[in-house]
Design a protein around this ligand. Structure first.
Ligand code: AR6
Length: 169
């Protein structure tokens, strides 16, 4: 049974087995959560990402997939990088967003992670409406079989936190 917890704050301040990064396909960092994770975790994360690009992910990490690296100086063992879809008003990309949560949990299971902290993937730079993103996140975690004991959604602001509270019921 997986427990879902909601926390308001900065994901880089969390202690967990794995912290999920809302990355982009390049794996070379960016703004938002991605920038904070690379700043907080230090150069070891970027080094591991470069090694992934030089081996299995020559073309980058596709949207909806997930891959793990060291967490560097963060209070975690792994960072799981996943690439959310950019919001589109003309195309339904919900399945890709759900896939981010499913694939991150699959990678967490492979690693043996028991506690996993997620941000609200795609709700920043990628502009996904918060309520819909929260619905997809909570439904997907609830419907994904996993040995992860605690999924912690770490929400940056009141608006995100309240959207997740409404979904959790
Ligand atoms: N801790 C927790 N949540 C945060 C933090 C933090 N430190 N910082 C921002 N958020 P975003 P995306 C919230 O933009 O939409 C990057 O450039 C933020 O308020 O980080 O998936 C990547 O390289 C929002 O609710 O991720 C990609 O190019 C949520 O986290 C692109 O942005 C996600 O916002 C990915 O965009």
């Amino acid at each position: 049974m997986t427990t879902i917890r909601l926390v308001q704050g900065d994901i880089t301040q969390q202690s967990a087995d794995a912290i999920v990064n809302a990355a982009n396909s390049s794996l070379y960092g960016g703004g938002g959560v991605d920038g904070a994770i690379h700043r907080g975790g230090g150069p070891a994360i970027l080094e591991a990402c470069r090694a992934l690009r030089a081996s299995h992910y020559g073309k980058g990490l596709p949207t909806g997939q997930a891959v793990a690296t060291t967490a560097g100086d963060l209070d975690a063992t792994w960072v799981i990088h996943t690439v959310g879809p950019v919001w589109s008003s003309t195309e339904d990309r919900s399945e890709q967003l759900a896939s981010c949560y499913r694939e991150s949990l699959r990678v967490a299971d492979e690693l043996g992670a028991r506690t996993v902290a997620f941000p609200a993937i795609s709700t920043g730079v990628f502009r996904w409406p918060m309520d819909d993103a929260a619905r997809i996140a909570v439904e997907t975690v609830r419907n994904t079989p996993t040995a992860v004991e605690e999924v912690r959604f770490v929400l940056f602001d009141d608006r995100a936190y309240e959207a997740f509270v409404r979904q959790l019921g």
